[in-house]
Unconditional design. Structure first.
Length: 197
């Protein structure tokens, strides 16, 4: 509070707050994944803004910027890998099993799988860059960091559109109640959570 009173000007942007997904939604795992896509979009939008406004060019001195950067770093480090695993280990194989002879779906899932592989290649430079900035240092490999941010934001936006508009609607139609429960149980276990009663 004291800080807010001291800093006369209002902040220009809302703080980046990623709402926790209610654990009950694990019973509807496709909606859980859909909710996570919304959070990812918030992360992408802030990364895009930090890059275009030159905020990534030097370590942040503003506490609000530092807080947003930590949210981004924590999401990339702790939340994106299990999200990708939800899709790679549960949702996609399940959808593929339930879509015999559907070569279009197979092709879309193959493309999304390749993009997940690329995400895993981009994550180390992205996380290292945020770690440097949060430690008060300029990014050690700045060119690699900035090209990774650009590539990541650009591919993720398209990736989420394909998943939200094609893969999730297909999964809602094609996964059985048992598939949904198994997927939700695996997602809970991946996060160290109890499957909701
Ligand atoms: Fe994905
Ligand atoms: Fe996704």
């Amino acid at each position: 509070m004291a800080k807010n009173l001291k800093n006369a000007g209002p902040r220009k942007h809302e703080p980046l707050v990623l709402e926790l997904i209610p654990e009950n939604l694990l019973r509807e795992p496709i909606e859980y994944i859909f909710a996570d896509h919304y959070r990812m979009r918030q992360v992408m939008a802030t990364m895009d803004r930090f890059l275009s406004e030159g905020i990534y060019a030097q370590p942040p001195t503003d506490d609000d910027v530092k807080a947003d950067m930590a949210v981004i770093r924590d999401y990339l480090r702790d939340e994106l890998p299990p999200h990708i695993a939800d899709e790679e280990e549960d949702l996609f194989p399940c959808l593929e099993r339930n879509s015999p002879g559907d070569s279009d779906t197979k092709q879309i899932l193959a493309t999304l799988h390749q993009e997940h592989e690329e995400d895993f290649a981009l994550l180390p430079p992205l996380i290292a860059g945020h770690d440097d900035l949060l430690a008060g240092k300029p990014v050690a490999k700045r060119d690699l960091f900035e090209t990774s941010v650009i590539r990541f934001v650009e591919t993720q936006r398209r990736h989420i559109i394909w998943e939200n508009n094609i893969v999730l609607p297909l999964a809602r139609r094609r996964l059985s109640a048992e598939d949904m429960e198994q997927t939700g149980r695996d997602m809970a276990a991946r996060r160290g959570l109890e499957y909701p009663a």
